[in-house]
Write a new protein. Structure first.
Length: 322
């Protein structure tokens, strides 16, 4: 059960199986693994109006009453009071923490044109393209291991990219068609893009992947902007030569693209949204008016101001003022 004033608003609820309460859209995490065992029926915490209204934990038999406010200071006090009530009511709560609270006035709004910039691999699409290329080249496991370490921030991204691309040497360029056919847009990706375009927003992607695939994705999704790396090709054999040509799309390049595209469209940075899952997405996530770690690696989740942990990109709309 999720008690919320609108299906489009941020919400939080206890998972009856794990007893873990997950909150979305308030810039914080409430960890209550044992909460479900504290009462016969797991309570529900409902949060609406992007942290402007906080509802106390309730049982299904209890009425839902909420308090709304439009002041940052008052909102913070209400949130603090709710936390206190939770800790008093449930003695088995292990840890409670609130990260940087963003209120509605600070959030981008659909009422004004804005800019969304996303990562591609594991964000716009479900797969990691270089892993798919590795499978096609017969070196999938070796590449996937390097990919996982790079995305978790354990390896320098540029160095890891060169190492993985070198393993693709000799792969026929014709295999791009096969790889593209195996890719899937993340649930909600196309509806999110369509909804933002309907409100005058621009949408771009910044990818550590490759133009050979991203160009097709961008056209199919109707994106306004995109940048990616480009693979070297041996024209004589029609196979990859194991190199990357041109500048590599690093975390700094992603950050610069966010600023450049916003400036090109006269969009205030407060009206920008950045979404990604890897360590090289963190600078743009931190710089955007709204930064979201999407089904991200642990280190990225810990550093990002907001997280979405379900593979549904329409949840980005939950954070935007309507």
């Amino acid at each position: 059960m999720i008690a919320a004033t609108s299906p489009m608003l941020p919400r939080a609820a206890v998972n009856p199986a794990s007893g873990r309460m997950i909150s979305l859209g308030i810039g914080g995490n409430i960890d209550s693994r044992a909460m479900a065992s504290a009462t016969p029926t797991p309570p529900t915490l409902s949060i609406s109006e992007t942290s402007h209204a906080v509802i106390e934990p309730i049982r299904p038999s209890e009425p839902v009453a909420h308090t709304s406010c439009w002041s940052t200071g008052v909102c913070a006090r209400i949130t603090e009071k709710c936390m206190v009530r939770l800790s008093q009511r449930f003695s088995t709560i292990e840890r409670m923490s609130v990260q940087s609270l963003q209120v509605l006035d600070d959030m981008p709004t659909l009422c004004t044109p804005g800019l969304l910039v996303m990562d591609v691999d594991s964000t716009l699409i479900d797969e990691e393209v270089i892993d798919e290329l590795g499978d096609a080249a017969g070196v999938g496991e070796r590449i996937a291991d390097v990919t996982a370490r790079a995305m978790n921030g354990e390896l320098d991204f540029a160095e890891a990219l060169h190492a993985r691309v070198a393993l693709l040497k000799g792969l026929p360029a014709s295999r791009f068609d096969d790889v593209y056919a195996r890719l899937h847009f993340t649930n909600g990706a196309l509806p999110l893009i369509e909804r933002l375009h309907a409100h005058g927003w621009k949408v771009g992607v910044v990818s550590g992947g490759f133009h050979e695939i991203v160009d097709w994705l961008a056209r199919e999704a109707g994106l306004d902007y995109w940048i990616a790396n480009r693979l070297g090709l041996d024209d004589a054999t029609g196979t990859l030569d194991g190199t990357v040509t041109g500048p590599i799309v690093t975390k700094d390049v992603k950050l610069q693209a966010l600023h450049d595209w916003a400036q090109r469209n006269a969009i205030d940075m407060r009206q920008t949204v950045a979404v990604g899952d890897g360590a090289n997405d963190l600078p743009m996530i931190a710089a955007a008016g709204l930064g979201i770690a999407f089904c991200a690696k642990p280190k990225v989740r810990a550093a990002a101001p907001h997280t979405i942990d379900t593979r549904d990109l329409t949840r980005v709309l939950d954070f935007l003022a309507h």
